[in-house]
Design a protein. Structure first.
Length: 263
């Protein structure tokens, strides 16, 4: 195991959420552009901005209403069930109105974690204890994540076929993309954390780059459309997932051993 500070954990959690949202938005933006048969960059940029704006505005308004509601029912036993219901409602409404549901739910999470500040804005007593709610939601999230990740990777393994004539070529291309990912990630992490106390942990943050359910599920989504080279894309994504997970596993092992040796 690799011991990291709470600040690093928070950075990794936020980075994972933001990268997931960006990946999904850009994926569907470019997919819709291809299906529409147009390559207008302005239209694609406008679509992304529209997604973000709708999600932030509606997500913020609905999240404030949710926190107000949770404050009212804070003493009830199954408050976490109400939270999940409101989460699904926010996602559905924002998605239906053309926004990004994932970003809207992220807004809810951020406002919940800062509920004391929100309570002052809403002029309610800051007595809403969120720790028990977070604990129960984490338990449910872990179980659901395990189920979905297992199903997605099993299905990905079923549809993924190894072609001996192209395996070396695809593996080489995937390795190039992985190297580019690691290099750009290192420079991005160094630049973003320069001057902060987490700058010394830039190598750890860079190494924790394992890809998982998001690219896997999006690659499977390609099967719904008659996209050229869709099986090639799936092969490349699968190799990148394997390579990044291998880098994370080996990197964490090396860094943890160095720390033990140093101390």
């Amino acid at each position: 195991t690799l011991a990291v500070s709470e600040r690093v954990k928070a950075i990794l959690t936020l980075e994972s959420a933001i990268s997931t949202i960006l990946t999904i938005i850009l994926f569907f933006t470019f997919l819709n552009q291809w299906l529409a048969g147009t390559t207008e960059i302005l239209k694609a940029v406008t679509s992304v901005i529209s997604n973000f704006t709708i999600a932030l505005f509606l997500g913020g308004v609905l999240s404030l209403a949710t926190i107000k509601l949770l404050h009212k029912f804070r003493r009830k036993e199954y408050t976490y069930v109400l939270t999940i219901g409101m989460l699904l409602l926010i996602y559905t409404v924002v998605k239906y109105l053309g926004g990004n549901g994932e970003l809207a739910t992220l807004v809810l999470g951020l406002l919940l974690s800062n509920n004391r500040l929100v309570s002052r804005i809403l002029k309610t007593r800051p007595s809403f204890n969120i720790s028990l709610l977070i604990y129960k939601l984490n338990e449910i999230q872990n179980e659901v994540s395990f189920l979905f990740e297992t199903l997605f990777f099993v299905f990905l393994g079923m549809v993924f076929t190894i072609n001996l004539s192209t395996i070396l070529e695809n593996l080489f291309i995937a390795t190039i993309f992985t190297v580019i990912l690691i290099i750009t990630r290192y420079f991005a992490v160094s630049l973003a954390n320069k001057g902060s106390e987490t700058y010394k942990d830039r190598l750890i943050i860079t190494v924790l780059c394992a890809q998982g359910i998001v690219p896997a599920s999006l690659s499977i989504y390609l099967l719904r459309y008659n996209l050229p080279l869709k099986y090639t894309f799936m092969a490349l994504i699968t190799y990148i997932i394997i390579l990044t997970n291998a880098i994370t596993t080996i990197g964490v092992w090396i860094i943890s051993r160095k720390k033990k040796t140093y101390f």
